[in-house]
Write a protein that binds this ligand. Structure first.
Ligand SMILES: [Ca+2]
Ligand SMILES: [Ca+2]
Ligand SMILES: [Ca+2]
Length: 358
């Protein structure tokens, strides 16, 4: 078992954090693991994701924001606990992706979507294609330029919706989309929602990567989204609303002191969070300590233990999620059937017996 070391960083009030740290307010369960540069991928790095049919192949943008940009594929290596610890050989070109920025994600039918900067475009690459099958400008829906994009994963509020964010305006958008009959998709013309990701200062946070994280992860008790923020040199965590949009007032910085925070994704095997950096060291960083599913960890610390049972038991006694006495969100309804009963207790006990959520 590896434990994160909570590093207290003290810096002058007017100074800039010079080291990369995990915010200890998240419980001390997370740790940074620097994988370094990806062999064979030219700087600067853009978005990252895992190949839809191989959880050990990482896709990453190279020569980001240029006409020559491409998506590269590289196989990852893992330690004895299954956590990613490096790369196996040189990356190879997977597909061209002109202007690729921080957004790279699979959508319906395993079409690979990427954001383009400063063109404010979404490119779409069908499975098997080695160049974009379609590129669409989104100026009518979103202030130029993206930035980021992501689809809300299954099981989250707003599952299946497409989210983007303007880097230049630090503004988040929910974008409508529909099949175009050719295996790709049409967008817009206007956003379903527009959410400022700054407190009024244009170019402040600079969103680049979007990654959803579920409750039960340390320090996270509600459905949330991590945003790689280039402008502020952070990865920040926001609770999300009923359609998966971030609630700005809940912003908390998870990783601080970064330079060039770019795309983000999660390891399909472990749930660990990975992000790339653009410029500076241009590298890939893993944040260990996330899990794929640990909702019985009701208090959001590192373990499922007696402290969680103390929260579970009264909800089990209330039983009905519709009962006014039930805590908001009925968090102990672990199978989402509207009741906290023996079926949930079985799920709870399994996690309790394992103690550590991995
Ligand atoms: Ca960028
Ligand atoms: Ca706990
Ligand atoms: Ca239940």
């Amino acid at each position: 078992m590896k434990r994160a070391i909570a590093v207290a960083l003290f810096c002058a009030s007017a100074g800039i954090a010079s080291a990369q740290t995990i915010n200890p307010d998240f419980g001390g369960c997370y740790a940074l693991r620097h994988l370094g540069q990806v062999p064979g991928v030219p700087a600067n790095y853009g978005g990252i994701t895992f190949k839809f049919d191989d959880p050990d192949v990482l896709l990453i943008g190279g020569e980001a924001n240029t006409e020559n940009a491409a998506i590269y594929a590289v196989r990852v290596t893992r330690d004895a606990e299954g956590a990613i610890d490096g790369f196996d050989g040189d990356a190879v070109i997977f597909a061209s992706a002109p202007q690729i920025d921080g957004g790279l994600a699979y959508g319906p039918d395993n079409v690979l979507f990427f954001s383009g900067f400063p063109t404010n475009t979404i490119g779409q690459i069908k499975a098997g294609s080695t160049s974009p099958d379609k590129t669409t400008n989104l100026d009518s829906a979103l202030q130029p330029s993206m930035g980021a994009l992501q689809f809300v994963p299954d099981g989250f509020p707003g599952a299946g919706r497409l989210k983007t964010a303007s880097y230049s305006y630090s503004e988040w958008a929910d974008i409508p989309f529909a099949p175009d009959g050719s295996g790709t998709f049409n967008f817009g013309p206007t956003a379903n929602s527009l959410i400022p990701l700054s407190d009024g200062v244009i170019f402040s946070n600079g969103p680049e990567g979007i990654v959803y994280v579920q409750p039960g992860n340390p320090g996270i008790t509600k459905y949330s989204v991590l945003i790689s923020e280039f402008g502020s040199g952070t990865v920040s965590c926001y609770e999300v609303d009923s359609i998966g949009d971030p609630i700005f007032s809940t912003r908390r910085e998870l990783v601080q002191g970064l330079f060039g925070t770019e795309g983000g994704t999660r390891d399909p095997r472990t749930g660990h969070f990975l992000f790339s950096t653009y410029g500076g060291g241009h590298e890939v960083v893993v944040v260990t300590g996330f899990n794929t599913s640990c909702r019985p960890n009701l208090n959001g610390d590192c373990y499922t233990d007696d402290a969680d049972f103390v929260l579970f038991a009264p909800m089990y006694n209330i039983l009905d999620c519709a009962d006014p006495a039930m805590p908001v969100g009925c968090p102990a309804d672990l199978n989402d059937d509207g009741f906290v009963d023996d079926a949930d207790f079985v799920i709870f006990v399994d996690a309790y017996n394992r103690l550590i959520c991995v």
